[in-house]
Design a protein around this ligand. Structure first.
Ligand code: NAD
Ligand code: UDP
Length: 327
């Protein structure tokens, strides 16, 4: 039986990955310090005979007796407000955390996949974004703490691959959504659905003409799984190439919920990319992967999940004062 270590296991993507690897008959070790995650996401796995959880900060030395075959490094704040709130931890988990996990991969002779992001393209000047594009990132802008941590993460991963010969995989994840996101983590889909459920107006940043391309979680997990099992070590974009404006998204959420929603506008946060859409030709060619789930279906499933959350989660409006972080 193969063993996989998944960091960020109590988070949105990490918890779905834990489920997938349990389903694939792996022994799964989940690791998380719960800084932006929620143990609730993996509560159903805690008693599973093939699952172990360690509450550990991956920026600290990681000691493991077990043999490990695969590592998936998904620990990192991922919502813009989260990483503006905890900028130093964000830099540390991308830099020191990744270094620790690469060291562990080397010691265990494990294959490691790291979670990179479309943010490494910054506010892109090339559209859609192909893996060959080097990006347009401000190292000193507010998003620099995340973008540069992820760029460093890619650089050190390639260095371990080239210098130590370890097996590495790099996934560049584009906006992904679905059940188990934190309802109030500030990312646009949970933010809008939470506001709709509380009968509050939707907070539209800027004029809403900025674009994103939203991928449903099941498609994302499938892409990541295929990349890990492939023999390809260079970065691969995984995301849904269907691009929409945030205005359109607000309308679609109103359709899903079945009532018109009021909108109030706020200043566009500094560094908020104007457009984003993955070129997924590489994923299609190398992994025979493309998204299968429509945005409408994904939004329906996500809404069904958020609607049934306990009231205290709905009313925990942790990022309501987002203007403190978005200058
Ligand atoms: P999330 O906040 O739900 O999950 C991240 C998890 O990492 C949390 O459970 C958090 O507690 C944990 N964590 C953070 N710092 C840690 C540390 N030092 N030690 C141990 N655990 C730590 O976010 P997510 O959306 O699931 O994102 C997971 C990964 O995917 C991140 O690396 C993120 O950069 C990447 N990613 C996500 C998206 C997306 O759209 N969801 C897009 C691009 C990249
Ligand atoms: N956004 C918005 N209202 C919100 C939250 C986000 O209009 O309450 C916008 C944000 O300005 C960005 C897009 O939605 O243009 C996606 O934001 P998110 O935080 O989900 O992720 P990003 O892609 O910016 O990392």
């Amino acid at each position: 039986m193969k063993t996989v270590l998944i960091t960020g296991a109590a988070g949105f993507l990490g918890s779905h990955l834990c489920d997938r690897f349990i389903d694939e008959n792996f022994r799964v070790i989940g690791m998380d310090n719960l800084i932006t995650g929620d143990l609730q996401n993996i509560l159903h796995l805690l008693e599973h005979p093939r699952f172990t959880f360690y509450n550990h900060d991956v920026t600290q030395y990681i000691s493991m007796d077990e043999d490990i075959d695969y590592i998936l490094h998904f620990a990192s704040p991922a919502s813009p407000i989260d990483y503006l709130k905890i900028p130093i931890q964000t830099l540390k988990v991308g830099a020191m955390g990744t270094h620790n996990l690469l060291g562990l991969a080397k010691a265990k002779k494990a294959r490691i996949l790291i979670a990179s992001t479309s943010e490494i393209y910054g506010d892109p000047l090339e559209h859609p974004q192909h893996e060959s594009y080097h990006g347009n990132v401000s190292s000193i802008g507010p998003r620099g703490v995340y973008d540069e941590a992820k760029r460093y993460m890619e650089a050190i991963t390639m260095a371990y691959h080239r210098f130590h010969g370890i097996e590495t995989r790099i996934v560049r994840i584009f906006n992904t959504f679905g059940p188990r996101m934190r309802l109030n983590d500030g990312r646009v889909i949970p933010a809008f659905i939470g506001q709709a459920l509380r009968d509050e107006p939707l907070t539209l940043f800027g004029d809403g003409s900025q674009t994103r391309s939203f991928c449903y979680i099941e498609d994302q997990v499938e892409g990541i799984y295929r990349l890990l099992m492939s023999d390809y070590h260079l970065p691969v974009n995984i995301g849904n190439p269907e691009e929409i404006t945030i205005n359109q998204l607000a309308n679609e959420i109103s359709d899903v919920i079945g009532k018109p929603l009021e909108i109030i506008t706020h200043k566009l946060p500094e560094g908020d990319p104007v457009k984003r859409k993955p070129d997924i030709s590489k994923a299609k060619e190398i992994l025979d992967w493309e998204p299968q789930i429509s945005r409408e279906e994904g939004l329906q499933k996500t809404y069904a999940y958020f609607k049934n959350l306990p009231k205290e989660k709905l009313w925990n409006t942790e990022h309501r004062n987002f203007e403190r972080y978005y200058k």
